[in-house]
Design a protein around this ligand. Structure first.
Ligand code: PRP
Length: 180
């Protein structure tokens, strides 16, 4: 955990890099089959998605565009408030395009509820969600998750793009914060 600058013992590994890699390849193959013959626009929600996004698009064998949107949640710092501000938007139109929205983790689902509403207003041909991690028990997401990596418990998780106070994003596997 040196990379994460987090004291050894605070976190424990819950999903190995090998398991992530295999699952992401499976997801990419399913996406490739589902959109066969089409062109795809893959849009990641920064920052947490960056590592998953990089691996997922390499596992998709289709002509595709890559873009990113950055959002920040307001309100309570440990729980998403559902009030979301777009801090970096993408420039090109997604009208009449097949859009895949990529998230590293769906916690309450409130960020995605907001993003999906915004994206639908831009009239894509289709709009689906791919998420690596999903916390089922907290789910308030109003949209189906078309491609999901793993269901996880309601733990604070870091690594593979996800942070703890800005650190740990460069760890290749996923760790949970141990119960105090
Ligand atoms: C995380 C994650 C999602 C959001 C999910 O982002 O990447 O965007 O929280 O939470 P929700 O389902 O409860 O809305 P975070 O705010 O940690 O920002 P980051 O991706 O820049 O680290």
């Amino acid at each position: 955990m040196e990379k994460g600058k987090v004291r050894e013992g605070d976190f424990e590994e819950v999903i190995t890099a090998r398991d992530i890699g295999q699952r992401v390849i499976d997801m990419g193959q399913r996406i490739t089959q589902d959109y066969a013959g089409e062109t795809l626009t893959v849009i990641g929600a920064l920052k947490g998605c960056f590592m998953f996004m990089a691996d997922l698009v390499r596992a998709i064998d289709l002509p595709l565009h890559v873009d990113f949107i950055e959002v920040s949640s307001y309100g309570d710092s440990t729980e998403s408030s559902g009030v979301v501000k777009i801090t970096k938007d993408f420039k090109h139109s997604i009208e009449n395009e097949h859009v895949l929205l990529v998230e590293d983790i769906i916690d309450t689902g409130l960020t995605l509820n907001y993003l999906m509403e915004i994206f639908e207003l831009r009239n894509p041909k289709s709009l689906k969600i791919a998420a690596l991690l999903v916390k089922e028990e907290k789910q308030k997401l109003k949209y189906p998750i078309s491609y999901r990596g793993f269901n996880i418990d309601d733990d604070f998780v870091v690594g593979y793009g996800m942070d703890y106070k800005g650190f740990c994003r460069n760890i290749g596997s996923i760790h949970r914060l141990r119960d105090k």
